[in-house]
Ligand binder design. Structure first.
Ligand SMILES: [Zn+2]
Ligand SMILES: [Zn+2]
Length: 183
């Protein structure tokens, strides 16, 4: 288990764990739209997975209106990406990008961190509400916990979970990922 601490500003397409910036995606990737409002989702974070990476998107077009906290409502999306990745083409319209790019630097849990803790990789989810571990949409088995994200200092530049915490899951064999948040 690793903490993810504030690693400072990063460039938009940095191949590092981060919130904000432009997602690194495989060829042919189509930017996801919100299933509820129909507008493009916002890229929230990319997180390391072995192998690959998880990219998380959620709807911020009209915060509070779409169920962007829900793993299955279609107002967020998470992907497992493997293989060669490059910066995505960002849609011209919609609330697609965070206001800042913040590196998430892995830091060993159990040793004090001087920087703000912005999340955690691995281990078990630290639920605010009850256990909402999603089932894989492909194989219906309980998904594996990947990471959690803490709310940042400013919703314009970092994650906005209404004062809560985001949770990322994946299914290794299916290459599926899921996201939800609680408060
Ligand atoms: Zn929406
Ligand atoms: Zn699966």
């Amino acid at each position: 288990m690793m903490l993810l601490v504030d690693g400072g500003e990063a460039v938009a397409d940095a191949p590092v764990p981060r919130t904000g910036g432009v997602p690194l995606v495989p060829e042919g990737f189509v930017w996801p739209d919100c299933r509820e409002c129909g507008d493009p989702l916002q890229f929230l974070a990319q997180l390391p997975l072995d192998p690959g990476a998880v990219a998380v998107f959620f709807c911020q077009n009209d915060p509070g209106m779409c169920d962007d906290w829900d793993a299955t409502a279609g107002a967020n999306r998470a992907y497992v990406f493997r293989g060669p990745l490059s910066a995505a083409a960002v849609p011209a319209e919609g609330e697609t990008l965070l206001g800042a790019v913040t590196a998430l630097r892995p830091h060993p849990a159990g040793t004090p961190a001087t920087e703000p803790v912005l999340g955690r990789l691995g281990g078990e989810p630290d639920w605010i509400q009850g256990d909402e571990t999603p089932d894989c949409p492909s194989c219906a088995t309980r998904m594996t916990f990947t990471a959690e994200l803490e709310e940042g200092a400013d919703f314009a530049t970092s994650a906005n979970f209404g004062g809560g915490r985001g949770y990322v899951f994946h299914c290794h064999p299916c290459g599926e990922a899921a996201f939800l948040w609680q408060r």
